[in-house]
Design a protein around this ligand. Structure first.
Ligand code: CUA
Length: 179
């Protein structure tokens, strides 16, 4: 019999299952279930899967909270666009807005202190990839993602957008200082 010719019995799903075939299907199924369980497991035991809370929001509502936060805690400005550098007190709610093609504002955090980071997008899907830490979150417009973070290493971190979002996607970077 040749694989070039059509099978004599067209209804292949009515053929009896070979033992080897059945074994592989069973093994695959067991492995799928293990991987499915690991999705939950990695959240508890893994080091990179952040648990985020997600709420509905809209640009007006989120901008109001972010603007109030920036007005209250800005310590200086940086870059040609005069991006505010915001140094909030430990334990507070902190905000970052992603839009074509920037992250706003710059955050200045204290090491070993916990913050609740609120993220949203004003337009399209963006990504929040924190470098060099292995943290990666999608930022979806219309939603507020809240991540509880405790930076444990001082330094200058870059926020890189890793969801393709148009012609200047490559220049969409933000900054977080930890000291
Ligand atoms: Cu924002 Cu790519």
């Amino acid at each position: 019999m040749s694989a070039i010719l059509p099978p004599a019995e067209r209804l292949w799903w009515k053929h009896p299952l070979d033992r080897v075939e059945g074994t592989w299907i069973l093994l695959s199924l067991i492995w799928c279930l293990i991987m499915f369980g690991m999705m939950v497991g990695w959240h508890i035991y893994g080091k990179q899967n952040l648990s985020t809370e997600t709420y509905k929001t809209n640009p007006e509502k989120f901008t109001a909270s972010a603007q109030a936060f920036v007005d209250k805690y800005t310590v200086r400005t940086e870059t040609a666009e005069k991006t505010p550098v915001v140094a909030p007190p430990p334990g507070s709610d902190i905000y970052m807005i992603a839009r074509l093609w920037s992250f706003w504002p710059i955050l200045e955090l204290e090491k070993d202190k916990t913050y609740r980071l609120h993220l949203t997008s004003m337009d399209y899907n963006h990504g929040f990839s924190l470098q060099p830490a292995n943290i990666n979150i999608q930022i979806v417009p219309g939603y507020e993602h809240v991540v509880t973070i405790t930076p444990n290493q001082a330094g200058t971190y870059s926020v890189v957008c890793n969801e393709y979002c148009g012609i200047n996607h490559h220049s969409m970077v933000g900054r977080i200082y930890v000291k």
